[in-house]
Design a protein. Structure first.
Length: 320
């Protein structure tokens, strides 16, 4: 008997041949669900510790230049222990530090010297000087607590620019409002309040990526209010520098600390076969609006303040 050939079933029909020579291949279906974005880069914090060391080193140099025993050795605090580095009498400086003459000599902020003698560099140099050990310790503790975390998240370039520009903003408002009772202003407080202001604006502009939004906002606002209240309650504190630094940092945060929205994946992390047309944009529209608005206000504020300062205008009615 002869065998009849069985007809091929649809499931056993051969696949279309591939032209190996031309290198053609079956098309892959496009995917719309992108892989998760890579974890954010964690920067190594070296600038903030360097700023810390610079402030401490400059304070030691300030006390060396001050040389209290050369003026009144009997009244110098801790003279037997510290010698040349001993502190001025408490009636002159209750922060355990140098004299006002020494602070002025090394770059302390004084309105007359800035405006009339064109020593504008004092608006930067004053940020690196401190009135005493207590003043220095308070500011450096705040710098370490706030600054290291920010540098690890955003890098040294952004945080360095934020620190310097906030310090300048604090000095600018301080010079415009400085009173006769506070002739010399020094300290990193303006720059540090700038870091706090930037933390607040960073939370606002990157609102969508935070899980516990209200808790984070409430905690940060409480910290800011407490720091401002302490400055207002303690006499002989340059609160105008605090407020100027905070406003500058708040605006700078919208410009420098903007992050990609939740779910954004950079093109270089998207594998082949994914439809990039459905990729999320890097930033939301409100982030761009805040960026532009903050930059305009920042430039306008600095320009207006400098114009008022060197035209001899004085903001006398601000109760700082």
């Amino acid at each position: 008997m002869g065998k009849s050939s069985a007809s091929p079933s649809p499931s056993s029909s051969p696949l279309p041949a591939l032209d190996i020579e031309k290198g053609t291949k079956m098309p892959r279906p496009a995917h719309h669900h992108f892989p998760p974005p890579p974890p954010p880069k964690q920067w190594f914090s070296w600038l903030v510790p360097l700023i810390f060391l610079a402030n401490v080193g400059l304070f030691v140099y300030t006390m060396y230049v001050n040389n209290c025993p050369s003026k009144e050795p009997k009244g110098c605090i801790l003279y037997p222990l510290l010698g040349r580095f001993s502190f001025q009498p408490l009636k002159e400086n209750r922060f355990l530090g140098p004299s006002l003459i020494t602070l002025e000599k090394l770059g302390g902020l004084e309105r007359k010297l800035v405006v009339e003698d064109a020593q504008g560099w004092r608006m930067i140099s004053c940020v690196w000087l401190h009135a005493g050990v207590l003043h220095l310790a308070t500011n450096m503790l705040s710098l370490i607590v706030v600054g290291i975390g920010l540098e690890q998240e955003f890098g040294f370039l952004k945080i360095g620019a934020l620190y310097v520009l906030s310090g300048f903003g604090g000095s600018l408002l301080s010079t415009l409002t400085i009173s006769d009772g506070l002739k010399i202003s020094v300290g990193a407080s303006g720059a540090l309040f700038g870091l706090l202001g930037a933390m607040l604006s960073e939370l606002i502009t990157n609102w969508t990526i935070y899980a516990n939004k209200c808790t984070a906002l409430f905690t940060l606002v409480i910290v800011v209010v407490i720091n401002l209240a302490i400055g207002l309650l303690i006499p002989h504190v340059d609160n105008s520098a605090h407020i100027g630094g905070f406003i500058s940092g708040f605006l700078l945060g919208f410009v420098l600390l903007i992050r990609p929205q939740f779910g954004y994946v950079s093109r270089r992390y998207i594998p082949d076969g994914y439809d990039v047309k459905h990729k999320k944009s890097k930033h939301k529209s409100y982030q761009y609006c805040l960026w532009v608005t903050a930059l305009i206000l920042l430039v306008a504020g600095y320009a207006s303040g400098m114009a008022k300062l060197f035209n001899g205008q004085h903001l006398k009615n601000i109760p700082f």
